[in-house]
Design a protein around this ligand. Structure first.
Ligand SMILES: Cc1c2[nH]c(c1CCC(=O)O)Cc1[nH]c(c(CCC(=O)O)c1C)Cc1[nH]c(c(CCC(=O)O)c1C)Cc1[nH]c(c(C)c1CCC(=O)O)C2
Length: 352
């Protein structure tokens, strides 16, 4: 290893984002935004024009450029890998598409045991373009960490069972209550796929990973514990030996934070419906917290955005590890300049 790559490794390990994940002192509170790579950026729309979402995910040159765009533009403290939670499902042959403005749509929803045959294990050779894209991206990022990710078993199951996005998750719950063994068998396969997808990304150079259980807030705590927690816990355990920070996030999970923390992450994210000090209390000691500005706040005038951001920072002052983020993804019509100003605001207000 050369001297310069050694010092770059040290700078990466010492980056504010990774320090905050480990709950070490930071020069400023690190910032990144879920869905920072995407439709709010004109340079993204230009690059993506004429290429479908799933095709662009399989093109390492495009993935690298899109992943870097928000880092250059906003000066955020981490990059999030440009891909999608359904990419590993597509890679093992599940017939699905991402419909613009809708989300993932599955041709043959999983409803009975024979439908499980659509899901075989994911091998690294199924996603060579992910390995290549992460290599290219981390080389460009230098000391800025790259966050890899996967969809958690429950959230992937919801898309597969419902056949697409769902407000009430009724088919998912019908299976969970009506045939819990089938539901467990499905989540078990999805845990294996999520684990393998994270493993590929960490092995290729991702510095941290986030497990998105976006829709798990639809469940009561007892159901989460019985039907979901063991599978998400298995995903976290499977990547523990890599030693990179593991982040867990879902929407509307105020009542689930303790259990999501129990599943084994090092950092737990919260949405805006709960103040971060209370979120941290529920998450428990020994974990950093991530969040939690309401993404809709970014449509308000600058002074109001800053007042709301300050409330997030105030709730986080006593916490040993805080990563500033939104409480869910950047909304497509967000003014990108508002994100740049917000990043600057958090950096300035927390400089120590
Ligand atoms: C639930 C979920 C999905 N995908 C993802 C989640 C979990 C995060 C969350 O809760 O938002 C994760 C995801 N999807 C995408 C990323 C890239 C990195 C980033 O966060 O910037 C990440 C981390 C790109 C994308 N994934 C998608 C887009 C839009 C594609 C386009 O440009 O048409 C992007 C940039 C498509 C997608 N894929 C999915 C949805 C709901 C959508 C949006 C549908 C729409 O409104 O058009 C499923």
């Amino acid at each position: 290893m050369t001297h310069s790559s050694q010092s770059q490794d040290r700078a990466l390990t010492d980056s504010p984002f990774l320090r905050a994940c480990r709950r070490e002192p930071v020069p400023h509170t690190p910032v990144w935004f879920m869905r920072q790579a995407g439709r709010s950026l004109p340079e993204y729309r230009k690059l993506r024009a004429g290429t479908t979402m799933l095709d662009s995910c399989a093109r390492p040159d495009m993935v690298t450029e899109i992943t870097l765009q928000p880092v250059r533009r906003h000066g955020v403290d981490a990059a999030v890998f440009f891909s999608d939670i359904v990419v590993p499902l597509k890679a093992i042959g599940v017939d699905l598409d991402i419909k613009p403005g809708v989300g993932p749509v599955v041709a043959r929803p999983i409803r009975d045991r024979s439908d499980l045959e659509q899901l075989r294990p994911l091998e690294p050779d199924d996603v060579p373009y992910i390995t290549e894209a992460i290599g290219l991206t981390t080389a460009e990022l230098g000391a800025t960490p790259l966050i890899g990710f996967a969809g958690a078993p429950f959230t992937l199951a919801s898309y597969l069972i419902e056949g697409g996005p769902s407000r009430n998750h009724e088919h998912t719950k019908a299976m969970m209550y009506g045939d819990p063994q089938l539901f467990h068998a499905l989540l078990d396969r999805l845990a294996g796929i999520a684990s393998a997808f994270l493993d590929v990304q960490i092995t290729a150079g991702a510095s941290a990973v986030q497990l998105f259980d976006s829709w798990v807030g639809a469940l009561a705590p007892a159901d989460y514990r019985a039907h979901v927690l063991p599978h998400s816990a298995r995903v976290f355990r499977s990547v523990e030996h890599h030693g990179v920070p593991r982040i867990h996030f879902g929407v509307g999970t105020g009542e689930l934070l303790g259990l999501m923390s129990e599943a084994g992450a090092d950092v737990v994210g919260a949405d805006w419906r709960i103040p971060l000090d209370e979120a941290s209390r529920r998450i428990g000691g020994g974990k950093a917290v991530q969040g939690n500005l309401d993404p809709a706040v970014l449509f308000a005038p600058r002074a109001a955005v800053e007042a709301q951001a300050q409330q997030v920072l105030d709730a986080a002052t006593a916490l040993p590890g805080h990563i500033f983020n939104l409480g869910h993804g950047v909304l497509p019509d967000t003014d990108p300049d508002a994100l740049t100003r917000l990043t600057e605001y958090v950096h300035e207000r927390t400089a120590r």
